[in-house]
Design a protein around this ligand. Sequence first.
Ligand SMILES: [Zn+2]
Length: 344
Amino acid sequence: MRATIMYAAGDVRIEDVPDAAIEEPTDAVVRVTRACICGSDLWPYASMQRSEAGQSMGHEAIGVVEDVGSQVATLEKGDVVVMPFAFSDGTCAYCHEGLPTACVHVGFFGNNGMNGAQAEALRVPLADGTLYPLPVGEDDALMPSLLTLSDVMGTGHHAAVTAKVAPGKRAAVVGDGAVGMCAVIAAKRLGAEQIIVMGRHPDRIALAREFGATDVVSERGEEAVERVRELTGGEGAHSVLECVGHNTAVETAIGIARPGGAVGRVGVPQHTAIPGSLPAFFGNITIGGGPAPVRAYLDELLPDVLEGRIDPGRVFDHTVGLDGVPEGYRAMADRDSLKVMVTP
Ligand SMILES: [Zn+2]
């Protein structure tokens, strides 16, 4: 079968690899019908040290169950499933508490030698706890939006939840990538009265406005902080959804938070320390967030997609086959594309 392997920064290849197969009795093999390239894939694309073995890439997928191990109880061949970016057992205390990304058996697809979803198929560990069956056919028109439930829509929702978005609150979204766009959807869905999006790319701003953004701030740094304060009666935003991960973005996020407010971080941190310690302390600002428990959010978000109340699939502006994946990485890295869908 064919799969996407990254060997170094900027070096992504489509290669023949051994077919995905059951290794543990709790595994499933999924034939990938839709996958995508994530903003977080762009971090190794920019900085990965050369590796002889390479890393199989991709952690977002919808597919069809092709095979199940002897201990898989809830899935069978032919099921259409969404695959969250992390696998989890579904049985430990953290899974029961709705935090499967802290599962005692957690692992992340397309990372640390684990196989990835930008491929014709992949092995899914702990299939009962990980995969979520969908009540639709594999070519359903809602596929782009359903695919976002494997990561970006759940991640945008997690930013909103950890930033404590609630009816009547003022929210601000830092980042105009696909997660930022989904964070706008999530903030609106949870009832934010004002939604400020920080960005300057015209197409993305237009999409954010359609998703519910009420204000746009295109300045950066200190000027951006000033502009948000002007837009919020001098106070700042109750809820700041940080969807980038760079220290400058985190610093801006803390800078625009209202005293007593919260910052929800879902951008993968690119630094070991959080900046803005003093303003966060003196503003009594809660800093939350982390890898989104997207598996736990599916029960809540799936009906909104199936019934057409949200349409996060609009973040996809390019679709490629596997051969187009290396070009897809380039397009997203150069910001020519917001998010690339892959149809292996
Ligand atoms: Zn668990």
